[in-house]
Design a protein around this ligand. Structure first.
Ligand code: CO
Length: 491
């Protein structure tokens, strides 16, 4: 078999973001990152993904860390490597649509504090939701990696994704990312899609997958044959399973070939020594369950992201309905079809998953809807990829004339002045205003902790290991009320 490119394959390492987000509930601390930054900086990666996704929320919610300070510290410790972040289009790093001025300010501040590359995606692949973030990233001198949220459905054909990539390139993307958050992209399909994209668009193609279903390494090798420019890997101590395939394995595989990465396995081994200790610590804290390393073929059968499955189990446990697990698994694709086949990624994965749980647990389909589920059917998140089941939409109380067809953010007035006013007593900077705007339930408590050390309680001498994070999303309560609670299911 011949390589369709003879350029060295470039590697982005996700050890500081997606790897611990996917394996360890986003709990790696800055103090566990900084000692390795000098080595990471010397390896010669295309970029290191270190910010965005769920890390921002997790910093404040669980770690009492200022996410902006984390970014500045990493920037300082890694002066030679491009820093990359994950950005949810018009949702920024939150779970709803923000006005354009907030998106613009967030891009500006991310770049000002040290980000080089912003990977921008939309859960529904509605490119109108990427417009503002693309424009702002370019305006402030950042590089745009515009993203195809990969999924499988009757409407998500290879042609669909190639057409979308062409549109994103025309919108000014500096690179196109194929974001295979659920590891659904199979090796031979990866070869075909990458080959077609390389024939069609001029900008580099960056492939992101996970090893949830066990195919990740094969996906990267086939994509390398097809000429993919950059792939996302994670250093071995936090690689594989629900995280990215291991960097070292791919580097060794390509050694001496036309696509030799040129990266030094010795340096990686030194960095791995450090991160093995970090992984041990995360395990001891109860934040890394070795089960995440198992190959999970349910994803291949049900096309449900691996991270979603374990959360469904906890939701059903809370409702005392564990025996309905397979019924829920079968219900998810049906809900997805009724909703026009949205890809399952934050926030659509939580919305569709929660609806499926409710349909089963309440014993009647679409007896009730969460606020977010209605909003999605109404078009508040953008255009759903396929045809929506109008009967379901009517059950949600949405009339055809109420469906939003314009870019949802066009309906939002500028919000930044309002946030500045609202938070003027507790925000010390524009960065703080943005933290508060995105996480109004979490940021005030964190800022109080940060700015008032005198109020802090001394830690108990022998702190018990924290329990696993509370089960996210939609615990159907005894009252029958179900809420969508957003905890990252997949990055
Ligand atoms: Co990911």
């Amino acid at each position: 078999m011949e390589f369709l490119s003879n350029k060295p394959l470039l590697i982005t390492d996700t050890i500081l973001r997606d790897a611990h987000q996917s394996q360890a509930a986003t709990r790696m601390r800055l103090e566990d990152m900084i000692p390795a930054c000098e080595i990471l900086d010397s390896i010669g990666y295309y970029s290191v993904e270190c910010w965005g996704g769920a890390t921002f929320d997790s910093c404040m919610r669980f770690l009492n860390e200022d996410p902006w300070e984390r970014l500045r510290a990493i920037r300082k410790a890694m002066p030679n490597t491009k820093l990359q972040m994950l950005f949810r289009g018009q949702n920024i790093l939150g779970y709803k649509h923000y006005a354009d001025d907030v998106v613009d300010a967030f891009c500006a501040k991310s770049i000002e504090n040290g980000i080089d590359i912003i990977r921008i995606f939309d859960a529904l692949n509605d490119i109108r939701n990427l417009e503002q973030a693309i424009k702002s990233t370019k305006k402030y001198g950042g590089e745009v990696e515009a993203t195809l949220s990969y999924t499988i459905s009757p409407i998500h054909s290879e042609e669909y994704f190639v057409k979308m990539a062409v549109e994103l390139e025309q919108m000014g993307a500096d690179a196109i990312c194929i974001k295979d958050m659920a590891n659904l992209l199979l090796p031979l399909d990866a070869y075909s899609l990458v080959k077609k994209l390389k024939e069609t668009v001029k900008v580099p193609i960056h492939l992101h997958t996970h090893n949830t279903t066990g195919t990740g390494d094969m996906v990267y090798l086939m994509a390398a044959y097809a000429g993919v420019d950059i792939v996302d890997c994670a250093l071995s101590p936090l690689a594989n399973g629900t995280a990215q395939p291991a960097t070292e394995a791919l580097v060794a595989t390509l050694k001496g070939s036309a696509r030799d990465t040129g990266l030094d396995l010795g340096k990686m081994s030194n960095a791995a020594v450090h991160f093995r200790k970090v992984a041990e610590k995360l395990k001891a804290e109860g934040n890394l369950d070795p089960k995440v390393l198992n190959v999970d073929t349910n994803t291949l059968l049900y096309q449900v992201p691996g991270g979603m499955l374990s959360n469904l189990i906890s939701q059903l446990k809370q409702a005392g309905k564990e025996d309905r697990y397979y019924d829920v698994l079968a219900e998810i694709p049906r809900v997805r079809e009724d909703y026009g086949y949205p890809p399952l990624v934050t926030p659509s994965s939580q919305i569709v998953g929660t609806q499926a749980v409710m349909n089963i647990v309440l014993g009647e389909r679409y007896k009730t809807f969460t606020k977010e589920s209605k909003a999605m059917l109404k078009g508040e998140y953008g255009q759903l990829p396929g045809k929506v089941n109008e009967e379901v939409r009517a059950k949600a109380g949405i009339k055809p004339e109420d469906v939003i067809t314009c870019r949802p953010a066009d309906l939002l007035e500028p919000e930044l002045p309002k946030y500045r006013e609202e938070f003027k007593d507790i925000a010390k900077s524009d960065e703080d205003v943005l933290s508060l705007a995105l996480f109004p339930q979490v940021a005030p408590k964190f800022l109080d902790y940060r700015d008032h050390p005198e109020k802090r309680q001394p830690a108990p001498a022998a702190a018990p290991a924290p329990a696993k994070p509370a089960a996210p999303a939609a615990a159907p309560a005894a009252s029958g009320e179900v809420r969508t609670v957003y905890v990252e299911w997949k990055g």
